[in-house]
Design a protein around this ligand. Sequence first.
Ligand code: UD1
Length: 428
Amino acid sequence: MAQEEVIIARETANLSGMVRVSGAKNSALKLIAAAILGQGKSTLRNIPAISDIDIMCEVLERLGATVERGEHELIIDTAPVESFETPYELVTKMRASISVLGPLVGRFGQARVAMPGGCQIGARNIDMHLVGMQELGVEFSVDHGNLVATTPNGLHAGTILLDFPSVGATETTMMAACVAQGTTTIDNAAREPEIEDLANMLNAMGAHIEGAGSSTIVIEGVPLDQMHPCDHVTVGDRIEAGTFLGGGVLLGGPLTVEGIDPSYLRMALTKLSAMGADVQVGDDFVTVSRTLPLQATDIQTLPHPGFPTDLQAQFMLLAALANGSSIVTENVFENRFMFAAEICRMGADVLIDEHHAVVTGVDRLQGAPVESTDLRAGAALVLAGLAAEGETIVRHIQHIDRGYEDYVGKLVSLGACVERATIDFAAL
Ligand code: UD1
């Protein structure tokens, strides 16, 4: 298809004002899956209007649930769910569809889930999800591209030590363990705020989970019939917040992001200060501004509370325009430097050596046609276009729409020269 929707970003003097973040994508997707465990109508609030949520709703509908959609609200009735099979075409569209595995096994003692696809940012195995579930008595086999889970001896408690604090593996294991017989411990658990949000929802549904948000999570299993629907408000999106704050620091601000607990962004805010920003935090907002030149700083991505891999591209952009050289180290995903190749087309100086990038600041970037390689890289490329001379055409923006609600509209409200347009590339 020659016609393609793109985002056109033009040089913008400043980004300033106030923007409210949506609910966290990475939380909301798992909350929708968790609703499977509480048979009946759960209400989820502060749900972002993004395409990944549409896919997750479709996954639930295919399982038999009904989903009523409000502007930022979902009412999900999981009472009619009878199927425990997720279709290939949905799981291959979005890796997070695998999140239904834990709840399906919890509810039916079995699941059949197509092997996941999703963002092309590294190997993204699911071995730790499987090890966690096996400790709970789940047996797995592969059948024509589907992962088949069964529980011949029922679900029982386990003692799990994760190789790496994987967000997905922690969530999958936690959701299944809610209804396993006995008390399960997950050590080396992921500590992301979204894990805490999921545990809060599960507890509101009748689960007994303690320690979510720390490295050790203890789950006392309850019978499935004690789980019930709930009403839950999704935590604010710290990555969306970090993206806009990065934009504010890039162009000067002052820019305020509302709807976020600033403690979730501690490492990112520390790095913004190190790069020359003035950072003010309130109860649920952060304001950044910058009058001094950007300074280089080293960044290494790590599981929370370390620097989030989902902000790596946005901060590499700041480093690309800073005084001096920064070393950016990616420890969470392989191949997550695709953004570097695109920003180098705009005049940045980035050298990659395996999982390290040496970013030497340049004075100016130049507008160019570039491609979103994943959703965070896409968001960062739009910001790069605002800081660059001339016009930047960002292609493959379906990645941005997966995770950012009305990204262009929010940027325009902050003063950005940016628009969506349809271009016929065959005619060029
Ligand atoms: C989630 C987020 C993603 C974020 C990431 C890390 C969602 C929908 N996505 O992804 O935006 O970048 O956390 O904060 O919430 N791994 C294995 N085996 C496993 C599981 C993971 O080897 O069984 C590896 C992955 O390949 C990756 C690393 O562990 O290299 C981290 O993965 P994980 O923390 O599980 O991230 P996701 O849950 O996939």
